[in-house]
Design a binder for this molecule. Structure first.
Ligand SMILES: [Zn+2]
Length: 407
């Protein structure tokens, strides 16, 4: 996780602005994930999981202040993820072979220095990565697939290009042993994946699969226990209904340079996060902040949401451009603060939110943090309104980093 493009999201650029809402699933169908060293069969697939009550019932955990967050607009959901899925409302965590292979090839091709056109950079390699192909046949197959990715794939942005987003959804719809016949996959891309698959399955997938399952096993109890509070607090803070259709969280050893990215979904498809299990910024207690930060991007689109509207309204009144990326900074601050607060309530006294931990406030947004601490924090504490808090943040920034708008 680093710098200012951290966990960008697809929105206007990809033409995916429609938020999809459905009744919040309150019946947990989650059984704890399998122990890390398991075979390929998931411990709990969406189809087979028996209903295990979460450690903290949804109703009691969400009882503190406001009424339960509103949800809206029932979608006609037609798209469905396939494979090893752990349903832990409000998420479906998934560990998928093809999704992992696609992102691994993308990262390996970036290492060949071909990704400049897309602006992508390589995620730091996992120091425990197993050795690669063995023998001539494996090396040939792997390097052919890699050459295709280096020549034709890494020029495209994983998050901001519709075709790449469609590939992520297509792969999430495939079982690990499925053939790659999907209209969303070009034959050349499918051929490269099929060429690389036996090598990946033999050399890397067992370790990647284990890492993903372990990450899911760490993250899901936090989501079960603290998720209801996070949902309630985030929806209330943003004045937006929570997207009640489960958000698909595809866990991959490699995601993108930021460690995680999210697309908001459309009429048929849910919000979709790709999160790296190997990125230290997503590990341990930080997994809670990561998944709810990413979920925020599904319903706070940085264009038509209440926070952005309030920023724009105050900026217009002050005849300034809105401070760039202020909504995203507010997402960082809010998800980090609420994760810190809810972890503290269960005895985790020293959680440091990711923006703090990775120096975003000093390196990227040096003027934002004092303003958010002084004026946004009181809002999160229930002491003022959204409009007042945002107006004061914008006023205190005084046009910092923004141009004055001519009359
Ligand atoms: Zn973000």
């Amino acid at each position: 996780m680093s710098v200012d493009r951290l966990c960008r999201r697809a929105g206007r650029a990809a033409g995916l602005g429609i938020l999809l809402m459905a009744p919040l699933r309150t019946a947990a169908v989650m059984a704890l994930p399998a122990p890390p060293a398991t075979a390929a069969v998931p411990a709990a697939s969406a189809a087979s999981a028996t209903a295990a009550a979460p450690a903290v019932p949804v109703a009691s955990a969400a009882s503190a202040t406001a009424a339960a967050p509103a949800t809206a607009a029932v979608p006609a959901a037609s798209w469905k993820a396939t494979g090893s899925i752990w349903s832990v409302p409000p998420f479906e965590f998934r560990d998928g072979f093809w999704t992992n292979l696609h992102h691994f090839l993308y990262q390996e091709a970036l290492a060949m220095g071909k990704g400049q056109a897309s602006g992508e950079t390589r995620q730091a390699p996992n120091p425990t990565e197993p050795p690669g192909p063995r023998g001539e046949d494996e090396r040939t197959a792997w390097s052919e697939a890699l050459r295709f990715y280096a020549g034709s794939v890494v020029q495209h942005d994983l998050l901001f290009e519709r075709e790449m987003i469609d590939i992520d959804y297509a792969l999430a719809g495939l079982a690990d042993d499925a053939s790659l016949r999907s209209p969303a996959l070009k034959p050349e891309l499918a051929a490269a994946l099929v060429r690389a698959a036996p090598v990946y399955r033999a050399r890397w997938w067992p370790a990647h699969d284990r890492a993903n399952r372990f990450w899911i096993a760490v993250a899901t109890p936090m989501v079960q226990q603290l998720g209801p509070r996070m949902i309630e607090q985030l929806a209330a803070a943003y004045h937006e209904p929570w997207p009640a259709r489960p958000i698909l969280v595809d866990v991959a050893v490699y995601a993108n340079w930021a460690g995680a990215y999210t697309t908001p979904g459309d009429e048929a498809r849910p919000g979709h996060t790709i999160v790296s299990s190997a990125n230290p910024g997503n590990q341990g207690f930080a997994a809670l902040e990561t998944v709810f930060h990413e979920a925020s991007h599904v319903f706070v689109d940085q264009a038509n949401d209440a926070v952005t509207h309030a920023i724009e309204k105050e900026s217009r009144a002050r005849r300034q451009e809105p401070p760039p990326k202020l909504t995203h900074a507010i997402i960082f601050y809010t998800a980090g603060e609420l994760a810190r607060r809810n972890l503290a309530a269960v005895g985790v006294a020293d959680y440091v939110p990711s923006a703090e931990r990775y120096g975003l406030w000093t390196r990227v947004w040096p003027t934002f943090k004092p303003a958010l601490e002084e004026f946004w924090q009181p809002y999160l504490d229930g002491k003022t309104t959204l409009d007042t808090a945002v107006a004061r943040v914008v006023a205190s920034l005084g046009g910092a980093g923004a141009k004055a708008v001519p009359r």
